[in-house]
Design a binder for this molecule. Structure first.
Ligand SMILES: [Zn+2]
Length: 434
């Protein structure tokens, strides 16, 4: 393994460009903004109320038909793979991709406009080391489409790709190590290619209003149609590599490994990204357990059980680590394989239950001297961001954000595993007489 530390990077300044959205055909402006360490890449919908952001993470993957769509709640961002490929390959770890539409400008169908944009914005190092995913043993995914992706240990990020069209037409092979320079020269200019039979129904339904021979190469039978001639004799396999880089960027870590891809597509790429994210979660869970501090103000299991009526398997609090001021509490729960209702991961409803129990303890402390007791009433703005697996230790944080008279209380709660928020929600409580 290379021992020189690598630092996270962001863009040096805000930079943007305007172009056409592929699906709607409308004008869209995309702007890159710098972001702090460990922020990752987030898309911001400036055209929507409250300007929601979406994490470019595999958990937010929604669809992989023809292009890659991510979303949170009802908010979507389409066709993210080319801008993600450029950011990842050019070494940008943290950035906000702000757009005033639901997809980036398609440009010429390659990653070239995004590379130009990143160079315009500049890339600057930050004061935190990069996070890697080191491939330790071979992994693979296969799809019904015939796609096969194998990931092998390597101390560099390499991709070896075989692309083949219908009847093995346009079979092309390319293998390279990914560096910013190689990406810029060999991969970024490669344009999207589509088969005429695939796009004809979409054109008929007017679903690709922005599509033209200026932003895609169209293959019809033996013929290759495009506004400008092929940029490489093997442009197709180069674009396949571009899509692999973009889809694997959703892992959120730099990969040290060798991707061997045969007839890859977005679905198979996403499947591999998911497998990597799962493996990363497993590794984090197995890393040495952190020392859990027990403040003087903490509560052990016995004391928790004096407050909460719940018993195993419904007790979702192992112990309270401490109270911070009057309004904040942190508790901990270790998730074991014996947990009930397990289907590979801890159901979201149990995480909400954990938040409710911890918030109840906080309210109990607050109303200890009164004759009232807080009852969990409703949950709002609940988001499940990451799966929770056996072996995970959940840190549950609850904060009293509002108390309306002595009737109602609102709490903001988070479940955190390995320093990442896995779920959150606003929980409302009502006070009743004991
Ligand atoms: Zn593509």
């Amino acid at each position: 393994m290379p021992s020189t530390p690598e630092f996270q990077q962001t863009v040096g300044k805000v930079a943007g460009f305007t172009g056409t959205a592929l699906h709607t055909g409308e004008k869209v402006t995309l702007r890159l903004h710098p972001a702090p360490v460990d922020h990752g890449i987030k898309f911001k919908r400036k055209d929507l109320q409250d300007e929601p952001t979406i994490d470019a993470k595999i958990e937010n993957l929604k669809t992989v038909e023809r292009s890659t769509t991510i979303g949170e709640g009802s908010v979507r961002v389409h066709t993210v793979e080319h801008v993600l490929a450029a950011l990842s390959a050019m070494g940008v770890d943290n950035a906000i991709v702000e757009m005033d539409a639901n997809e980036p400008p398609i440009g010429d169908g390659s990653a070239q406009p995004y590379v130009d944009l990143i160079k315009k914005a500049g890339v600057t190092p930050q004061e935190e080391s990069r996070k890697f995913f080191d491939v330790r043993e071979p992994m693979h995914v296969e799809a019904k489409t015939g796609a096969l992706l194998v990931l092998l240990p390597d101390d560099k990020f390499r991709i070896s790709c075989t692309q083949a069209g219908p009847n093995n037409q346009f079979t092309q092979f390319l293998s390279l190590e990914l560096t910013p320079l190689i990406f810029e020269c060999e991969i970024a200019p490669a344009r999207t290619f589509v088969y005429y039979e695939d796009v004809e129904p979409l054109m008929d339904k007017n679903l690709i209003k922005g599509g033209s021979l200026e932003n895609a190469i169209v293959v019809r039978g033996e013929a290759v149609l495009s506004k400008e001639p092929l940029r490489f004799s093997d442009e197709f396999v180069r674009h396949k590599i571009l899509d692999i880089i973009g889809d694997l960027a959703l892992v959120g870590r730099r990969i040290r490994g060798h991707v061997v891809a045969v007839k890859p597509g977005h679905a198979a790429n996403a499947e591999l990204a998911r497998a990597l994210a799962r493996e990363q979660t497993r590794r984090s869970a197995m890393s040495a357990p952190r020392a859990i501090p027990i403040g003087d103000s903490g509560l052990d299991t016995g004391e928790v059980m004096k407050i909460l009526p719940h018993r195993y398997p419904f007790l979702m609090v192992d112990r309270v680590i401490g109270f911070e001021s009057e309004n904040k509490i942190t508790a901990v729960k270790s998730v074991t394989i014996n947990e009930p209702f397990f289907q590979g991961h801890l159901p979201g409803v149990m995480q909400v239950e954990a938040m409710a129990q911890v918030a109840s303890i906080l309210l109990f402390k607050l109303t200890k001297t009164s004759s009232r007791v807080g009852y969990f009433m409703s949950a709002d703005q609940v988001k499940f961001r990451k799966p929770v697996f056996p072996g995970d230790t959940i840190f549950i944080h609850a904060e009293l954000t509002r108390a309306r008279g002595n009737r109602m209380a609102k709490t903001k709660c988070y479940c955190v595993v390995n320093d990442a928020v896995v779920s959150e929600g606003e929980l409302m409580f009502t006070f009743l007489d004991k």
